[in-house]
Design a protein. Structure first.
Length: 706
């Protein structure tokens, strides 16, 4: 049996699993404590991979197809200010020299309270052409002024990348780690691209070192096995991404968890709550797809998108804090320090005998922390923590079979000791801890739900602490909940079973509607070069009107030994019909389909006037489009003629203004958004360019008045 290994580095534990790629079943696992020293993610990854590899070998499994891992390194480096000094090389031409110089001079970038990224600035005038000598001199000047790495940012580099590429070549000749704005985004906005590039460059040295050590060390145990790293948007890529664009791996841990949840069970609208030992991540799934957002670093919005995650500083292992008021102790807070960070054992994973005679003490877990964290000192020298996991066990709230289920009697002994110290009932203390922790997570969850207008999503509990906190969270929010199988290692499952994913955003030229087809071809090529199997490739675009840009996403299964793995077999039409029925809340019928999508229309117009309600469902079961309008299915050769009459018929006239319908095309593996085409003629030209690639194929046109 061939297997794939996934590794996730969490704040408390590094978890590795081996999965059967044909069934997504976990066949081996290893959990080791995450090290918080100078080795970063490397030590935990190596130990976990070595342990799970031994288990695979001893069980007669294998060979290993690949190793994929998610990492917190990018986020941690930025939050902790562990960044290199960045030399920003701006490039511009007349008549925009002054603007280009000002917008590439970004100064110190605040990363977190008290943490700043230092930048030094240089500029090259390329009005009469870009001289390699001038670039070399500017780069050497930046190095002399303290730059460790380089970010190259050229005005209008989105349209012409030549200057940035020349500067990268010169930086390589000088042996300096560097990146350029065009490598991270195709959007206009010179200052935003410069800030994004500077943030990316600042973490290049650490990412480069980690990538090299991990690849070399894993290569010793698993020679020739490819290695992937999880991106923050939920797709996998080879280690070149970590070497060149480490910012794309920000939030790859939460992204892996959501990917694992989607792989291991049908999920339409849901809140994915991953409860670790130190913190809890809250992410959303809408219409079967993860909700993404642009990464923000304090007040700086970047060009890079990742999973939209809210990190809450409370989890299954959070320590209890007390405050003395009016002569009695009361609960002050839960967290942010955890039992793992403090080097304490959970009471709920001890025996009652170990806790007899223990004394309650208030201490500082780490230097600088307030001395109000509860610790139980046992006579034999052992030290224990009372956590939300302990509270849930003591109260009998942890579901049978949950990873968080421990020794309820021992947990009760611990809380009885604390209750005597506080002068109250132990149940009151335990319930107070659990409710306070659940309320913190509930506040973040409610905020996320409101932002995405999700009314009654299911809560999907993941992580080792899910059994302790998710039932309490669901009670607080009055929502249904479930904890899937292997929830404690689901992020590692997401790593192992991740898809190759490429996302590009490009500013759309206003006078070239045929560029839409070219951009889709570019995304397809990038995904194939990234290791996607051609037959599994799926490409979608969506307009970003506020930036006059097109976002194109290409996904596909990793190709290994010449084939894609069987767990990516598409759903049948009957299953897709059920999903469309649920999405539209009406009886539906099949209007058209392609190799990767099916279009269903509602039996009635639901009182919305002209047209029908429709849903486009991809073969993995997520809703790509849900709207109301007109659905036209014709061979590509005939579609443009039909649209020439359909578009005017759906155009609304408001005084002197004419509002044409939005048009999307569905052909084969492509779902194409033509919203940014500025006129009906441009739409028809773009349709012609796309349909000319396969004129006899059936094409679905979706017209909406959204």
């Amino acid at each position: 049996m061939t297997v794939r290994i996934g590794v996730d580095v969490g704040g408390t534990f590094t978890k590795a699993v081996a999965c059967d790629p044909s069934t997504a079943q976990v066949v081996a696992r290893a959990v080791v404590p995450t090290t918080h020293n100078g080795s970063g993610v490397t030590e935990g990854v190596l130990h976990a991979v070595a342990e799970v590899t031994r288990e695979v070998s001893s069980g007669g499994l294998g060979p290993v197809q690949l190793v994929a891992h998610s990492t917190t390194q990018a986020v941690n480096a930025l939050l902790e200010g562990d960044t290199a000094t960045v030399g920003v090389l701006g490039i511009g031409k007349r008549p925009d020299l002054k603007k280009a110089r000002r917008r590439t001079q970004v100064g110190a970038i605040e990363l977190a309270p008290g943490r700043k990224l230092r930048t030094v600035h240089g500029f090259v005038d390329a009005t009469r052409g870009l001289s390699r000598v001038a670039v070399r001199m500017a780069l050497m000047d930046l190095l002399e002024r303290g730059a460790d790495v380089v970010c190259v940012s050229e005005a209008f580099g989105v349209d012409d990348m030549h200057g940035e590429r020349v500067a990268l070549e010169v930086a390589s000749e000088l042996g300096v780690p560097a990146c350029a704005g065009h490598e991270l985004s195709g959007l206009y906005g010179l200052e935003m691209r410069t800030v994004t590039g500077a943030l990316n460059s600042s973490i290049l040295p650490a990412a480069l070192a980690t990538a090299e050590v991990v690849q070399e060390s894993v290569g010793r145990d698993l020679p020739g096995v490819p290695m992937l790293v999880m991106r923050g948007d939920g797709g996998a890529a080879d280690l070149s991404v970590m070497r060149r664009r480490p910012l794309l791996t920000a939030f790859s841990g939460p992204a892996a968890s959501v990917a694992g949840a989607l792989r291991c069970g049908a999920l339409s609208d849901g809140v994915v709550v991953e409860v670790g030992g130190t913190s809890t991540n809250v992410s959303l799934v809408k219409n079967g797809r993860p909700v993404l957002a642009y990464i923000r670093v304090l007040d700086h919005v970047t060009c890079v998108r990742s999973i939209d995650v809210r990190v809450v500083g409370v989890a299954g292992g959070s320590l209890l804090r007390l405050v003395r008021k009016l002569g009695r102790f009361r609960i002050e807070d839960v967290g942010p320090r955890s039992a793992h960070i403090a080097g304490l054992r959970y009471c709920s994973f001890a025996s009652p005998q170990e806790l007899h005679g223990a004394e309650v003490r208030l201490e500082s877990p780490l230097p600088g922390d307030p001395a109000d964290y509860v610790v139980l000192d046992a006579p034999g020298g052992a030290r224990f923590a009372l956590t939300p996991t302990c509270a849930a066990n003591a109260l009998g709230d942890v579901p049978e079979g949950s990873y968080a289920r421990g020794n309820a009697e021992a947990a009760r002994v611990g809380f009885e000791l604390l209750a005597r110290f506080m002068g109250c009932d132990w149940r009151v203390v335990a319930r107070g801890i659990l409710d306070r922790a659940a309320r913190k997570i509930a506040d973040a969850t409610a905020e996320a739900m409101a932002q995405q207008r999700l009314e009654r999503p299911a809560i999907i509990g993941l992580g080792g602490g899910a059994g302790a906190l998710v039932p309490a969270l669901a009670r607080t929010l009055r929502l249904e909940w479930r904890i899937p199988k292997d929830a404690e290692v689901i992020s590692s499952v997401g790593d192992a079973l991740s898809l190759v994913r490429v996302e590009m955003e490009r500013a759309m030229p206003r006078d070239d509607p045929t560029a839409v087809a070219r951009l889709h071809e570019e995304a397809e090529r990038a995904a194939l070069e990234g290791g996607a199997a051609p037959g599994t490739l799926q490409v979608e675009s969506v307009a970003v009107p506020e930036r006059h840009a097109l976002r194109i996403v290409a996904t596909g299964s990793a190709v290994l030994d010449g084939t894609a793995w069987a767990a990516d077999e598409p759903l049948d039409l009957e299953s897709l019909k059920l999903l469309a029925t649920e999405a539209l809340q009406a009886n539906v019928s099949l209007a058209g389909s392609s190799s990767h999508y099916a279009v269903f229309t509602a039996a009635s117009s639901n009182g919305k006037g002209h047209g029908v309600s429709f849903a486009v469902v991809d073969r993995q079961g997520s809703i790509a489009v849900k709207s109301h309008g007109e659905v036209i299915v014709l061979p590509g050769l005939q579609l443009a003629d039909k649209l020439a009459s359909a578009i005017p018929a759906m155009t609304r006239h408001i005084g002197p203004l004419a509002v044409a319908p939005a048009v999307r095309l569905l052909r084969g593996s492509r779902l194409i958004d033509l919203t940014l085409c500025s006129s009906a003629d441009d739409v028809l030209e773009a349709v012609g360019a796309e349909c000319s690639l396969a004129p006899a194929d059936p094409v679905v046109a979706l017209l909406t008045r959204d």
